[in-house]
Design a protein around this ligand. Structure first.
Ligand SMILES: *Cc1c(COP(=O)(O)O)cnc(C)c1O
Length: 393
């Protein structure tokens, strides 16, 4: 594919631009029209048909970034994921998926699949054999997510893709945490790539969107279903997303660098018990991560030493913001046991390895010394508070 010969930043900036033929402006004009002249029954241009000028053109950039032919832009990551599941799974079919899955995806499967008569198996997914053992005669799709949330576990992309192919099963991946800059699963044999564009692709914590990338025939199949569900993104937000994408590679590479430095700093810190970051040699899947990722990303999690309270720590942070979402240019942090995993029982959290001391950290592009100074002052304030309260006792 000739278009993939362009450099990454060139694709981010130029691929799929809408040319302003009339005024020769430097950026894509925005087409908000919901009504277009009739051309032909096969191309009725309408936002819900995913074929307005801004949608079609941004899809070209998305497809190029994941080294594939075609893409569809959705109103959210979950709209993309649900359209994909309900395209390739019907009543009587079976999905294999890993336990360490984005919460929303897990809820969708557990709450909605039974209504459609679709079967599923959640597997540990630490080894390719876990997926193989879960395959049934009616398995139609294997869906993975790597690096996972919040423990940053790594799934063997090539191994799963080869397994699926050998059994004539489709494979898909949630590639949100890696972004297309750090990981290109189509090159490793995966059929369909999904991103929550709310995260790195948008990158400024102001866009909710999703995207699916795959070969033209697979995207055609999804399109037939997706236009019935009506989960397209509004053209104004499509245009904002195109604007964000121009700096995607710059942002993600800066986040990779910052996260690596922060992970090393936290790892040697006496008040931090454990750091989960695939770019650290201490990560159990470091060599697998190295073989399938071009950069290790901006996401990590770490455990505060016993006695350091997670919510007290977050309250003391002045620069790093407590926030449930992730992947913006600003650094954000959350405590999974108080937020994303609060509805699970203590036992379920223990089984998943999510302790009360665990913090999920989305590293932004601020100067790294400011981030380190913020963590340093927060830890010493919390230690001082607990010293003071033990003195009073
Ligand atoms: C946020 C997220 C989603 C869901 O995306 P929305 O845009 O919120 O619908 C799916 N997967 C991962 C890994 C995410 O972080």
């Amino acid at each position: 594919m000739a278009k993939n010969k362009l450099g990454l930043n060139t694709i981010c900036i130029h691929t799929g631009e809408v040319k302003d033929e009339q005024f020769k402006g430097a950026i894509s004009p925005i087409y908000l029209s919901t009504s277009y002249a009739f051309e032909d029954v096969d191309v009725i241009r309408y936002p819900r048909n995913f074929n307005t000028p801004n949608q079609e053109n941004l899809a070209k950039k998305m497809a190029a970034l994941e080294h594939t032919e075609s893409a569809l832009i959705f109103g959210s990551g979950m709209a993309a994921l649900s359209a994909m599941f309900l395209t390739f799974l019907k009543a009587g079919d079976h999905l294999v998926v890993q336990n360490t899955l984005y919460g929303g995806a897990s809820h969708f499967i557990r709450e909605e699949f039974p209504k459609y008569g679709i079967e599923f198996t959640f597997t540990n997914g630490y080894h390719v054999s876990d997926f193989e053992d879960a395959i049934q005669s009616n398995t139609k799709l294997i869906h993975i997510e790597t690096p996972s949330n919040p423990l940053l576990t790594i799934t063997d992309i090539k191994g799963v893709a080869e397994l699926a192919r050998s059994k004539n099963i489709l494979s898909s991946i949630d590639n949100t945490f890696a972004s297309p800059i750090n990981q290109n699963p189509i090159d490793m044999g995966i059929d369909i790539v999904m991103h929550s564009a709310t995260k790195y692709l948008g990158g400024h914590s102001d866009i909710l969107a999703g995207v699916l990338m795959a070969s033209e025939p697979l995207i055609q199949e999804i399109w037939h279903v997706a236009k019935n569900f009506g989960g397209n993104l509004s053209d104004f937000t499509v245009w904002m997303l195109e604007r964000s994408m121009k700096t995607l590679a710059l942002r993600v590479k800066a986040q990779n660098r910052n996260a690596k430095k922060l992970a090393c700093y936290l790892e040697q810190h006496p008040d931090i018990k454990q750091v989960n970051y695939p770019g650290l040699k201490s990560h159990p899947d470091y060599s697998l991560a190295k073989s399938q990722m071009k950069g290790f990303g901006g996401m990590m999690s770490f455990e505060l030493a016993d006695g350091l309270n997670a919510s007290a720590f977050m309250k003391q942070l002045k620069l790093i913001k407590p926030s449930v979402s992730l992947a913006g240019v600003e650094s954000t942090i959350l405590s999974p046991h108080l937020t994303s995993h609060a509805l699970l029982s203590q036992e379920e959290r223990d089984n998943l390895g999510i302790s009360d001391q665990l913090m999920r950290f989305s590293v932004g592009i601020e100067s790294k010394r400011d981030l380190i100074a913020d963590i340093e002052q927060a830890i010493s304030s919390v230690k001082q508070q607990s010293n003071n309260s033990s003195l009073k006792l």
